[in-house]
Design a protein around this ligand. Structure first.
Ligand SMILES: Nc1ncnc2c1ncn2[C@@H]1O[C@H](COP(=O)(O)OP(=O)(O)OP(=O)(O)O)[C@@H](O)[C@H]1O
Length: 313
């Protein structure tokens, strides 16, 4: 088992990591730890681990580290394990991963798995895999501006503070969103693989992370009041029921807007608009709290990336 650890994730607290690894080693699991040295390094490490025949690659970090690790595993046979050490740890909620090190280690050493079919986001300058969500509009603006020192000290609270600051500054420009070719307008958009958002909060109750395609949350109304209303509804799981919010399903999402508007992927800054989102070429299996069979089999259909609309101009 290869463990890829991002030492800069979350509050940099490694107590849980060592407790999980102690348990695994004491129960006879062969564990090799690889530490990331820079952004993107987890992908190269995961690729090497898969090439050397690893059956399981464990991402120890937040959702960004998981996404980078998965990017190096797609198309291979290794399963993904997760030791959540990030700030929001949204994917850990999705797969029912416990906080307790012994329970987590038990999951990593059991064959129980659930499929995850990641997404790919493409801008004119970069292509990046994501495991949980991509956003543009107000939430992406907050992610780009959040103070990293505050995030390290108070975790998710840093996003709440930044949200309150940005409410007064953000202009809420209109975005153009094409869902499988059909045009919509909204002030903000979140393209979600899974059900959760921002931690343990439900955004898209019907999302199926193991299937291709996305649930797209459109926030049609701009302005601080609408953003505040959405923020208040999120912890109650009522965001999708708000007037002005629609949850739609799509396989291919294109987002355009004013030049320079930021994009977030899995809670980290991920470039600027325009953006095209589509399925990764294959799913992977994740060591999870509950078993879910991958009905289509591991070698599921290979999707070819649709040409983004800006390429045709
Ligand atoms: N050694 C490193 N030095 C600096 N940055 C790194 C290093 N290793 C990985 N990274 C970057 O750190 C970013 C943030 O990591 P990650 O998302 O795992 O933690 P987080 O932001 O605290 O958690 P979450 O996404 O759950 O909120 C990743 O996008 C990755 O590119």
């Amino acid at each position: 088992m290869f463990v890829i650890h991002n030492p800069t994730a979350g509050r940099r607290n490694t107590r849980k990591l060592w407790a999980v690894l102690d348990w695994l080693v004491n129960h006879g699991a062969p564990v090799k730890i690889l530490e990331t040295r820079h952004s993107g390094h987890a992908t190269a490490l995961a690729r090497e681990a898969v090439a050397s025949g690893a059956e399981m690659v464990v991402a120890a970090g937040g959702d960004g580290t998981i996404a980078e690790t998965v990017a190096g595993m797609i198309g291979g046979r290794a399963r993904l394990g997760v030791i959540p050490l990030g700030t929001a740890n949204v994917l850990a909620h999705e797969f029912g991963l416990p906080n307790h090190p012994r329970e987590l280690a038990t999951i990593l050493s059991s064959p129980r798995s659930a499929p995850l079919w990641p997404g790919v986001m493409q801008t004119p300058t970069s292509t990046k895999l994501f495991v949980q969500m991509v956003g543009a509009g107000f939430d992406a603006h907050v992610v780009h501006n959040v103070d990293l020192q505050t995030k390290r000290h108070i975790g998710r609270g840093a996003y709440v503070l930044q949200t309150l600051r940005e409410l007064q500054r953000y202009q809420f420009p209109d975005l153009t969103i094409r869902l499988d070719g059909v045009e919509h307008r909204a002030a903000s958009v979140i393209v979600s693989k899974g059900r959760f958002y921002g931690g343990p909060y439900i955004l898209a109750p019907d999302a199926q992370p193991g299937e291709p395609g996305f649930t797209v949350a459109l926030f049609r109304d701009g302005g601080p009041l609408s953003a505040l209303r959405a923020g208040a509804a999120l912890p109650q799981g009522r965001m999708g029921a708000l007037p002005g919010v629609s949850l739609l399903h799509a396989s291919h999402v294109e987002i355009g807007g004013p030049t320079g508007l930021p994009v977030q992927a899995d809670g980290d800054p991920a470039g600027i608009l325009p953006l095209s989102v589509y399925d990764a070429k294959a799913p992977i299996l994740v060591a999870a709290a509950t078993q879910a069979e991958n009905k289509r089999g591991e070698a599921m259909l290979l999707h070819s990336a649709p040409a983004p609309w800006w390429a045709a101009q």
